[in-house]
Design a binder for this molecule. Structure first.
Ligand SMILES: *Cc1c(COP(=O)(O)O)cnc(C)c1O
Length: 309
């Protein structure tokens, strides 16, 4: 969030930001409830799949376009190259930001596709062990780098040496952890998709994912996050989550341990209820962050919890 605040501090009062609609809950809260009031920035939240519509929302005050792909928790995939080209065709100086936390730099490199700034919550896959809080930004433009560096120093949102040490330790195994989590995720998504107690599974690696082709084109893998809709509403979801033994009921994601949560009452509880409904974040939606435990253990635990849901 300090890295996010660093980017926002590039802007001036009355500037306009276009943001993808199902953005990370904390980013949404910061934009809607902090920046709008204290910095007099204006925000529009919208779906980015139609680039003509996106272009029509850009005005002379628009300075920043903020996207995330896949999104959280509905795992909607957006074409980074198409969005970057569309925005820059209107004005070159509009900064396109991609929050790349879900994919990690191992699987997806938005700068290559035309984005201007890439943000990572290092807390997630890069750290990888749920023991670091940190963020980072990547740019490929020297003057933008200098502006961000100046703001970072001026605001003081910097990591401590110990956090940097922990992040470097985590980074050394990023590729090993990611490969394992992804393999587990594919097996779990496939299992869930065939299960009678599941309404629907969303995983970019499944052929049934509506943007499977875009995901395949712009990333070298599909990540370790799965979303699914369980039958039986909030009660079904609650029973399932309470019955898990190996999976931990918790927010956060991207670590070696597998986590499960219910966004409607946890990570996305601060998103207004009508907005949640619009985005499809229903009470029976469960989000999994797949870790690197043995696949048989992960599946056995899910099977048991489903039998009790
Ligand atoms: C967790 C997360 C953040 C915020 O990161 P912190 O390290 O918790 O400040 C931002 N974006 C996404 C997609 C995240 O998952």
């Amino acid at each position: 969030m300090a890295a996010t605040a660093g980017i926002i501090n590039i802007l001036k009062a009355n500037d306009h930001v276009l943001c993808i609609d199902d953005v990370y809950g904390g980013t949404q809260r910061y934009f809607r409830q902090v920046c709008s009031a204290t910095m007099q920035l204006t925000f529009d939240f919208m779906d980015f799949s139609n680039t003509e519509k996106l272009k029509s929302m850009i005005n002379e005050k628009t300075k920043l376009v903020w996207m995330e792909t896949p999104t959280n928790p509905t795992l909607k995939v957006t074409d980074i190259a198409a969005v970057s080209a569309a925005v820059h065709s209107v004005r070159k100086d509009i900064i396109v930001v991609v929050d790349n936390t879900f994919m990690s730099p191992y699987l997806q490199n938005p700068l290559v596709h035309g984005a201007d700034i890439v943000l990572h919550s290092v807390t997630k896959y890069i750290g990888g062990h749920s023991d670091v809080l940190m963020g980072c930004l990547a740019v490929n433009d020297e003057s933008l780098y200098q502006r961000l560096k100046f703001i970072q120093n001026g605001m003081g949102g910097v990591p401590s040496p110990f956090e940097a040490y922990m992040a470097l330790r985590g980074l050394k195994t990023l590729h090993v952890r990611m490969d394992c989590a992804m393999k587990n995720a594919m097996a779990i998504a496939t299992y869930l998709e065939a299960h009678p107690k599941i309404e629907k599974v969303i995983y970019p690696g499944l052929k049934s994912h509506p943007q499977h082709d875009i995901a395949t084109k712009q990333a070298s893998g599909y990540g370790g996050m799965i979303t699914f809709f369980i039958k039986g509403g909030l009660t079904g979801a609650g029973n399932f989550l309470r019955s898990l033994e190996l999976w931990t009921l918790a927010e956060s994601l991207g670590a070696v341990e597998s986590l499960a949560e219910c966004p409607a009452v946890m990570t996305h509880a601060s998103v207004p209820a009508e907005k949640r409904a619009e985005l499809g974040i229903t009470d029976n939606l469960i989000r999994l962050s797949v870790g690197i435990e043995h696949i048989d253990d992960l599946l056995a635990d899910i099977e048991n919890a489903l039998s009790k849901s």
